[in-house]
Design a protein around this ligand. Sequence first.
Ligand code: FES
Ligand SMILES: [Fe+2]
Length: 445
Amino acid sequence: MAQDFSRFFKPGRVHRQIYTDPAIFEVEMRHIFGAAWVYVGHESQVKNPGDYFATYLGRKPVVMVRDAAGKLHVIHNQCAHRGAMVVATDKGSADEFTCCYHGWTYHLDGRLKAVPLNHGYPGDFNLNNPAVAMTAVPRVRSYRGFVFASEAADGPSLEESLGHMATSLDDMVDRAPDGEIEAAGGVFRHAYDANWKIYFENLCDAAHPLFTHRSSIEAAQQQSDAVHSDGFGEIAIRQMRQNGAPYSFWESQVGIWTYPNGHSYLGDYHDDSKLVAAMKDPVFREYIAALEKKKGKAETKRILEVRRWNSNIYPNVSLMSQFQQLRVVQPISVNRTVVHTYNFRLKGAPEQMFRNTIAFANIVNGTGSLVLTDDLEIYNRIDLGLSSEGTEWLQIGRGYQSDQPDRYDGRRGVNSTSEVYIRNMLEAWLCYMNGNHPEPARAAS
Ligand code: FES
Ligand SMILES: [Fe+2]
């Protein structure tokens, strides 16, 4: 009989067990990562026919690949013979996939193409039988170049599932003067010893920087304005100083928005005049000119006024559209998670803009990042803290009962320190875990 996971919730509280129980993690892999629209990759990672990108759907190795006709597929990375993983490199280009164990060879869409010693199999052995293919993930859909896949053969469409959150993906692309972005600059990967849900629950947490990131905030505050005129230092120091904004700032200037199916974003945190010194920066001025030339002044103004910090698309991708950065969460086990960070080049923008993107990525996601190291320590401390089995029920109630409706079927927190985004993700979690697709969100209008 199906379990009812609502026993892990009380108003404004969640039971610690959902972050530590390996049996619950197993259900998450089937009911969430095996059903929801899960982010797979970006079309620019498989630009040409034959290009492939090996990744994961939850814990499952899969391959995103563009076939000879240009069609996108996501196939399970498993040989139909004895089960070996077929594609062992992260990315590349191929005419076909050949398993390194006994040489079974597959078309790019996963259909079996050739089998050594074919004559040894029974007479009804048929290369076209789907049972001997690298099985396709049933639903694959791209939204403005962002590729998602779902193991559920039916259910809400990707657009229904994204609802108003599609506008964060729009913002990522709209910022490119030529209307196109491309993944570039490789990938940062970091791993931590704690549950995957903790990561998303931190990305919109406006109440933690003052404590968690205090050391880098204080160092930035002590810097004289005169000594950081190069782009990298300037972005770092501005970012660290902004992290040190007082509670009154978080509670008045910044907002948190949530939408059906677990999605949310922190808005109005960063504006370009604060962080990029944009209005004086010649590179940014050149960028604005390029944008205005292609899109006109009014549309450029609209685009630059979209000020979203982290946009979290449940269950596994978070974007920072203003900095052309995207992070993918890969659950490994109940207390082991890997996060992959990708950066994007805005086509038609000055090349220095991309250098700023990489500088920013180093500041917040590089191995020497002063911010990331603090957060990774916190994730691990959460796992260690939960293992002490002290308080059973964790608090997620800040702002509870003060939520305000949003016109796109969502809920706003009373201010950015509201924990509404955690409650919203856990509502989607409960829906998936109880075996239901969350309600389709209303499409963006
Ligand atoms: S397992 Fe792949 S060919 Fe045998
Ligand atoms: Fe942080």
